[in-house]
Design a protein around this ligand. Sequence first.
Ligand SMILES: NC(=O)c1ccc[n+]([C@@H]2O[C@H](COP(=O)([O-])OP(=O)(O)OC[C@H]3O[C@@H](n4cnc5c(N)ncnc54)[C@H](O)[C@@H]3O)[C@@H](O)[C@H]2O)c1
Length: 435
Amino acid sequence: MKIGIVGLGFVGLSLTSVLASKGYDVVGIDTDKEKCKKINDFKIPFFEPDLEKTLKNGFRKKLTITDNFISLKDCDIIFITVGTPQKSNGEIQLSMIKNATQEIGKIIKNSKKTPIIFLKSTVIPGVAQNTVSRILEKFSGKKAGREFGLVSNPEFLQETTAIRDTKFPHVVILGGNRTKFMDKAKKFLSKLHPGVPIIVTNHQTAEIIKYANNSFLATKISFINQLSNICQNIPGANVDDVASAIGLDPRIGKLFLNAGPGYGGSCLPKDVKAIMNFSSKAGVSPTFLSAVEKINQQQIENILKIIKNTCGSIKNKKITVLGLAFKPHTDDIRDSISLKIIKELLKNQAKITVHDPMAIENTRTKFKDKITYENSISLALKDSNCCIIMTAWPEYSKIQNKILKNMKNKIVIDSRRILKNSKLDCTYIALGIGK
Ligand SMILES: NC(=O)c1ccc[n+]([C@@H]2O[C@H](COP(=O)([O-])OP(=O)(O)OC[C@H]3O[C@@H](n4cnc5c(N)ncnc54)[C@H](O)[C@@H]3O)[C@@H](O)[C@H]2O)c1
């Protein structure tokens, strides 16, 4: 069985590596020639734990990486994993999906195979049927459900655990018509993921399941962040104890209850905005999700207010931002809250110095020489008027008085509470802990 994967980002490259390492004959395709070259040279274009090892393992078996769609010709299965970035009004951009689908259509036109095409990219309800299926039919001259299969198969992996999540997903969603292709899709995925629940539904339900999932996760985060703000105004109250307690209630669950500066990353902000946009168009005012999003936005304002209240005027003050990646153990800064805070601080003419164990180079491409970059925490803190911990990197939890001693004003604002048990000789403000 030959498998093609179109779009080699976090989702596509993780899937390519896992399938190739399992011994499938795999071709990974991306229109970015430079990216393909890097992958072929074993240089992973982004950091993801275990990806390099899994990819190398795949290359020892039967794996091809190319920008040439012709390699899809003899594929039995094709996964679409291209990006669906956000437009300024919150809608998703479908240009990559449309381009990839056209190319796939042209290839299957002349193929003797009757492939199953899995749509893994996150798309709003209706895209599989109204866009992808129609383009495939138009460019292949073949009929969906008869000469090729189309199955919506949303992805739930998390960056930093992408390989593990690709190997062991918590669920497999298959959306589409109940044809022979759906039976084959189910057979293939139950062999790949033995014991994992498989939910077979139609396209549009599969599409909305992905948004339901991510908007619920965003809801949990905004919920605990609102609680965190309440706790901060109750002397002695601690949001972590609240989260631990309610998390033990099986109806609530303990995950995604870690209060902080708000949700960021390439998925939650984009997906919440996309479903809100879709909801409005469908005639349902997204009242609830608007509040989720508003609370996320307010967290940035809260942090700025704390900085201003503690430092006074921040014009020309050196503010150190520790942590740029949207979460630890990644270099991904897409929609990271740190970057939003930095933009606001720059508007207030603060002088920004940043540190991150992995994400400095990505951040440099955004802010260039508008801010200062340091590879050492001590240097980042030297002569600083205020330090704000944004990402819960383990190295920040080891900060001690001797590292703080060269700060001009020893003010530490800890949005992750990772220093809450340290005895620090400084003004220490932790989000979610009442003074
Ligand atoms: N990153 C995540 O954690 C995650 C998790 C679940 C779902 N998703 C969804 O999966 C999809 C992919 O996300 P990602 O983070 O892997 O994206 P990404 O931006 O990291 O990668 C997308 C890749 O697609 C390539 N591409 C664009 N147009 C192409 C075309 N026409 N043909 C071939 N390749 C093309 C790009 O060059 C890029 O390498 C998105 O819809 C996203 O919302 C992402």
